[in-house]
Design a protein around this ligand. Structure first.
Ligand code: ADP
Ligand code: MG
Length: 714
């Protein structure tokens, strides 16, 4: 059972050090969990310092320093005779110890015996490299509990750098043996044993009556859950305790999210009304009608913008579901009501693509469209030309550069953020907080599982495009090893001969990554040879802006047939004639990201093919990729990704905008998110600022999450 959560701790609320009841009526009253550890009086100074280094300063922080795992020291494993992949927990006695030298490395080895003195005693070797302090505690005759993997080294079975504890006879009576023992994250100057002792004493001396539970309708109380997460009677008691604590953690987060949501929605006094003439003309000029999902989204958005409250909305739709048209409709509504509309995209390539489309759509309507990218900003001649005058109600499209342009943001009535998962939450907030209090529409194709959306985007209203425009060819995906490359190339050549286009993608994630540029650059020559006479071009994030632009334009016009590229094309790029996508070393991408990538094809009427080359040779990696063979449904892909990688990996904390979770797991605890979210709304509807005394514990919980979130920085 592992609880590998971050061990840093925020001290939570700013609390008066000593409660001065009469003098400061405004301050929060003292509350047992926030007691400073030094006030307990029995933790020694060096230990306080060491705990402080782990970020633990309050009683609550200490008791929420959850174990990494537990060891059942009532029943130890038998010493193994063969190496084994899983970890063993062994109890035994140290026999001979020796030092060895290999060049500059030194190792310290100890014979470790199950039943010392017995001729049949099983034994293994414990071995440490360059760790000199170990020899002080691991001496002949000492009894140890060790934890680690057993490997074969020559003729011997060996445990290298095991976690270990020296145990004594007195430990039988205490907390380190003969029971289920927690193993907490330790740190400099404070061992696992010390922390265990301190937590044990703190748990037994805590007066739980002073721990008002933030959760009123508890089934089990907070104190019991805390005792059980550290020192359970049985391993079975762990999961219920974890769920109890997870529920409290999620309640704090959902309350924070709900407070933010209420704030974002505060009335700003002016509604944006328009008769919709421009919109009607725009839609009429399109070569297709809107899907019913698009119609519904546009109607909801217009209604939302017509209210006195600010709009704060997420438009979620799988790749290719046609979010851009919805954004354009919202922007027209804003422009028609006399305000400027802004669209921010995560890459220059995408911003330019939007710019071209919007010019094409809006020029006939007489609406000025400006472009602001980092590259353009450096170029004074085009800057002046492309940005509409501030007093104009036009449209400005750009990249992050928009964040730094006051003139672009001035008077903005609507901010649209495309591919919002590529931006940090702070950037989203920064745009939304611009002085004109604009409506906010964020768009994403990352199909966040529904339970997660509630938390991550809990401060946003949701519109979903759950329908693809008609007339799309099918998209097939195949996961293969590179042995199949000759056949794949033959297939690709056939596609090119039919007039189609293709992407070949090399991994590494950042737009500016050096490595990926190298990979794509190194490979372009061989692709040119393989695919001659078709024109192959290189496109990656480290190329000059002008180069990127001209390559992209050449591909768009159908001159370049193949782009050898990187994940710069991951988001947004829309070239319907491209029907083939090959991803090299696909195992290095997350499933959700591969799903985004394959969203570049299957946009036209022709059948499209995505080939994922597995390069690691690991069967599990191939197994994972075959999930994409089986489904084209972004939600299914996201659920699988979440199951395999855990929520933390999918949504870096920065982009999720959530404080790091310590004990809750967004995948396993989806049902608890619902409970927490309902409870948060119920409480806040009666007490929006949590000023009632019995909501104090919840208020503190929210503050702790807020502090953790803020300390994450931007
Ligand atoms: P995404 O949701 O991935 O951003 P886009 O907005 O780029 O999708 O749209 C993908 C393609 O579908 C574009 O070429 C767009 O013009 C086209 N499209 C959008 N809506 C419709 C529709 N209702 N009918 C047909 N094609 C559409
Ligand atoms: Mg898009």
């Amino acid at each position: 059972m592992a609880f590998e959560k971050k061990s840093e701790e925020a001290t939570g609320a700013k609390r008066p050090k000593k409660p001065k009841k009469e003098k400061k009526p405004a301050a929060l009253p003292p509350y047992a969990p926030t007691i400073q550890l030094e006030e307990l009086g029995w933790i020694r100074r060096p230990q306080l310092t060491a705990l402080g280094k782990l970020g633990i300063t309050t009683l609550r922080g200490l008791l929420e320093h959850y174990p990494r795992r537990h060891e059942d020291r009532k029943r130890f494993d038998h010493f193994p005779n063969v190496p084994d992949e899983h970890s063993f927990c062994l109890s035994g006695t140290v026999g001979k110890t020796v030092f060895r030298r290999f060049g500059r490395m030194r190792s310290f080895e100890a014979e470790f015996e199950e039943t010392p003195g017995s001729a049949f005693s099983a034994r293994i070797t414990l071995r440490w490299f360059n760790l000199f302090h170990v020899q002080k505690s691991v001496v002949i005759g000492s009894r140890l509990v060790v934890h680690g993997k057993v490997r074969r080294r020559g003729k011997r079975l060996c445990m290298e750098h095991p976690e270990f504890e020296v145990v004594t006879e007195e430990d039988r009576e205490s907390i380190h043996l003969d029971r289920i023992v927690p193993v907490h994250p330790a740190g400099e100057g404070i061992s696992v044993r010390l922390i265990r002792g301190i937590i044990h004493r703190a748990l037994s001396e805590t007066d739980w009556s002073a721990w008002i539970d933030p959760l009123k309708q508890q089934e089990a109380d907070w104190g019991t859950a805390l005792r059980n997460i550290h020192f359970p009677e049985s391993l079975e008691a762990l999961e219920p305790a974890r769920r109890e604590l997870a529920l409290r953690e999620l309640l704090g987060i959902q309350t924070l999210v709900t407070i933010r949501r209420n704030e974002a929605r505060k009335p700003r006094g002016k509604a944006k009304t328009s008769r919709g003439n421009l919109l009607a003309r725009f839609l009429k000029a399109l070569p297709f009608g809107l899907t019913s999902a698009q119609q519904k989204a546009v109607a909801t958005i217009r209604e939302d913008m017509g209210r006195a409250h600010r709009m704060h909305r997420l438009l979620q739709g799988d790749v290719g579901s046609g979010k851009t048209i919805v954004a354009a409709s919202a922007m027209l509504t804003t422009v028609e009501s006399g305000h400027r509309a802004i669209l921010m995209a995560p890459t220059q390539i995408l911003a330019e693509q939007h710019f071209r489309n919007f010019q094409h759509w809006f020029d006939p309507l007489g609406i000025p469209v400006g472009l602001l990218t980092g590259a353009r900003k450096l170029n004074p001649t085009s800057k002046g030309k492309t940005l509409p005058e501030a007093k104009h109600s036009g449209v400005v499209i750009g990249t992050h550069a928009l964040l730094h342009s006051e003139s672009a943001l001035q008077g903005a009535g609507l901010v649209v953020i495309d591919e919002q998962h590529k931006f940090g939450v702070l950037q989203r907030t920064q745009l939304a907080n611009s002085p004109s209090a604009p409506d906010v529409l964020v768009m994403t194709a990352t199909p966040i599982p529904r339970t997660l959306a509630q938390t991550i985007y809990g401060d946003l209203d949701l519109s979903i495009l759950d329908e693809k425009p008609p007339g799309r060819g099918t998209l097939r995906t195949a996961a293969r090893t590179s042995e199949k490359l000759p056949e794949i190339i033959a297939f690709l050549l056939d596609q090119l001969e039919k007039g189609r286009q293709a992407y070949i993608v090399y991994p590494l994630i950042e737009e500016s990554g050096k490595l990926e540029a190298k990979a794509a650059e190194a490979e372009i020559t061989s692709w040119r040879e393989r695919l001659a006479p078709f024109l192959c071009e290189l496109l990656h994030g480290r190329m000059k802006a002008e180069e990127k632009k001209s390559v992209m334009e050449s591909f768009l016009r159908g001159k370049a047939k193949v782009l050898v590229t990187t994940s710069v094309i991951e988001v947004g790029v829309d070239v319907p004639n491209a029907t083939f996508l090959l991803v090299e070393n696909a195992e290095r991408f997350g499933l959700a990201q591969l799903h985004q990538l394959r969203g570049r094809i299957g946009r036209g009427i022709h059948t499209s093919t995505c080939v994922l080359i597995e390069g690691s040779g690991h069967p599990e990696a191939m197994e994972r990729l075959t999930i994409l063979e089986r489904t084209n449904d972004g939600f299914v892909v996201a659920e699988e990704d979440l199951r395999i990688r855990g929520s933390g990996d999918i949504l870096g904390t920065e982009q999720s905008g959530l404080p790091p979770l310590r004990i809750a797991d967004l995948y396993r605890d989806g049902d608890l998110i619902n409970v927490a979210s309902l409870e948060a709304s119920r409480i806040l509807s009666r007490d929006p600022s949590l000023i009632q005394p019995h909501h104090l514990p919840l208020k503190l919980l929210v503050k702790i999450h807020e502090t953790r979130l803020n300390s994450m920085g931007g």
